[in-house]
Design a binder for this molecule. Structure first.
Ligand code: C2O
Ligand code: CU
Ligand code: CU
Length: 534
């Protein structure tokens, strides 16, 4: 334990001068910390390098979360075998949780619980990152609705690189309201994390070398630091091509599900609940079943929808989740069904830069992601009730909520939110809100003078919001796959589109983030703080 750790344990900002001013010694503070209410669940979570066999041939060097249940139900952690993904963390609404995160990388890191409404010091802001060999202790209560959330690192300018190297995991919350529905669980639940990667000839990940610090254009310092595959090397790419590809979000040429290439999953004749996460750095999927079975959506980022909704295809942008019901009860034994991403024109996502701006597998390329192979075993068929959940009152439209316009622009090789780039500790007056207050934020995705724009999945930390309206992207091929439900923490704003969301901010005061969830954009500064006043 060092001073920083002690302060964190106490819920004090390590940046606050209060510690020294008080003249207390660390021991006394530590003793004080031990009188805090003890958690219901305590987990140890470590980020460390590992080697895995991903493709045929040489193993791939990855970074991976591993975990251990220190206190609480052993099923709180569910490892995904042979995957770089971290264990699935299964929590119950109302639980008090402590997570001891240990950073065993040789660079700073910090973990963010994407979608959870937690106190400031449990949210994983980059200013709280800890060096390799250090620990950060999170304390929070699970107040979110049942749903599919996730966790990933959030260090300054290194989020994309660390997630790409393997650091990510699902976080599932359940609650009594959801349990009463009798949705498929256990063997009836499929978890699918979609991620794309580029591999070099030795099966090592290849990532851009130039993220952060202004992309090398504005005198940036190339980031690198991933051992192998530090961008351009061995990629046969010019620095300019790599930079443009990074500017548009780093795409892999191989798409994997739970870290497996085109997996075949043996399934029974029964109903499944499929929890989908787009954990890719930049790729947007338009998901569909191979035989035109409609995609039955029962939940989104923030939990169950009020009513199930059938769509032909579902647009899932980086950071977003979807809960899908799939009834295989009437399938023939031996039959197969594929999860696909449908072809769409690259222009639906858009890009900047004229030349070599697309990776080897552009946005919109058609993909077969996974095959479900039906056995002759049967299992329970689940019939959905008409009404799945009661939406929280805060999602009711509040016509008098103040509206803030947030432009999304590209200027001088920078992606900007509200005309600004990220500053570690700074918030503008319009980024300051009262605890529990309700606002409308209107995101306007404005093309640059050359008519170029990109789709950006905009994410707000903390509370789930409601998408009120969209305008300006009617002909876009991703538009009809967008399911704006009552609960989202990440919203895709298409090129030229204006999207309004209504958000009731948390009652926890402090500094939180909103940003584009194309992780290269985030790392390049397409991120801002907002402050909830005390
Ligand atoms: Cu999933 Cu601030 O991120
Ligand atoms: Cu988040
Ligand atoms: Cu973006």
């Amino acid at each position: 334990m060092d001073r920083r750790d002690v302060l964190k344990l106490l819920g004090l900002s390590p940046l606050a001068p209060a510690f020294d001013a008080l003249g207390l010694d660390a021991r006394a503070l530590l003793d004080g910390a031990q009188t805090r209410p003890s958690p219901d669940v305590e987990l140890a979570l470590t980020a460390a390098p590992a080697e895995l066999s991903v493709l045929k041939g040489a193993p791939t060097r990855v970074w991976r979360f591993t975990g251990r249940v220190v206190k609480g139900p052993p099923e709180t952690l569910q490892a995904i075998p042979d995957s770089w993904l971290g264990p699935i963390i299964r929590l119950e609404r109302g639980q008090r949780v402590r997570i001891r995160f240990r950073n065993q990388l040789d660079e700073p890191s910090i973990v963010h619980w994407h979608g959870l409404d937690v106190p400031e010091l449990a949210d994983g802001h980059p200013r709280l990152a800890v060096n390799g060999g250090r620990e950060y202790v999170y304390d929070f209560e699970v107040t979110n609705r049942a749903g599919t959330y996730w966790y990933h690192p959030h260090p300054h300018q290194r989020t994309g690189a660390q997630v790409y190297q393997g650091l990510a995991g699902m976080l599932v919350v359940s609650d009594p309201e959801e349990k009463a529905l009798g949705l498929p669980s256990g063997a009836g639940e499929l978890v699918c994390v979609l991620q794309d990667r580029r591999f070099d000839a030795d099966n090592q990940f290849m990532y851009a070398s130039s993220v952060g610090g202004g992309m090398g254009m504005a005198g940036g310092r190339g980031m690198g630091g991933m051992g192998r595959g530090q961008g351009g090397r061995g990629m046969g790419m010019s620095g300019m091509a790599e930079m443009m590809q990074t500017m548009n979000g780093w795409l892999g040429d191989t798409v994997l599900v739970n870290g497996r290439l085109h997996p075949t999953v043996n399934v029974d004749r029964r109903t499944y609940r499929v929890r989908l996460l787009n954990g890719s750095n930049a790729r947007i999927y338009k998901l569909a079943w191979s035989d035109d079975t409609p995609v039955t959506i029962i939940g989104s980022d923030g939990g169950l929808l009020e009513r199930a909704r059938e769509m032909q295809a579902l647009t899932l942008a980086p950071g977003q989740r979807a809960d899908v019901l799939l009834d295989l009860s009437d399938r023939a034994a031996g039959s197969e069904l594929q999860l696909r991403s449908l072809a769409y024109p690259e222009a639906a996502v858009g890009r900047v830069g004229m030349m070599e701006a697309t990776g080897p597998l552009p946005q919109g390329a058609p993909l077969t992601l996974m095959t479900l192979k039906v056995s002759n075993a049967t299992g329970p068929r689940v019939r959905l009730p008409e009404r799945l959940a009661t939406p929280p009152a805060e999602w009711r439209v509040q016509p008098d909520a103040p509206v803030r316009r947030v432009s999304i622009t590209f200027m001088q090789m920078n992606w900007l939110l509200g005309g600004r780039t990220f500053e570690m500790e700074t918030v503008a007056p319009e980024e300051t809100v009262a605890p529990g207050s309700t606002h409308v934020w209107e995101f306007r995705n404005e093309p640059n003078p050359m008519g170029m724009a990109m789709a950006h999945p905009v994410h707000l930390h903390g509370r789930q919001f409601r998408v009120l309206s969209r305008a300006g992207a009617d002909g876009n091929a991703l538009r009809d796959g967008i399911s704006d439900s009552s609960a989202n923490d990440t919203v895709l704003v298409l090129p030229g589109e204006t999207v309004r969301v209504q958000v009731t901010f948390s009652t926890y005061p402090g500094l939180y983030l909103y940003h584009c969830h194309i992780l290269e954009h985030e790392d390049m500064g397409m991120m801002r703080n907002f402050r909830i006043r005390a």
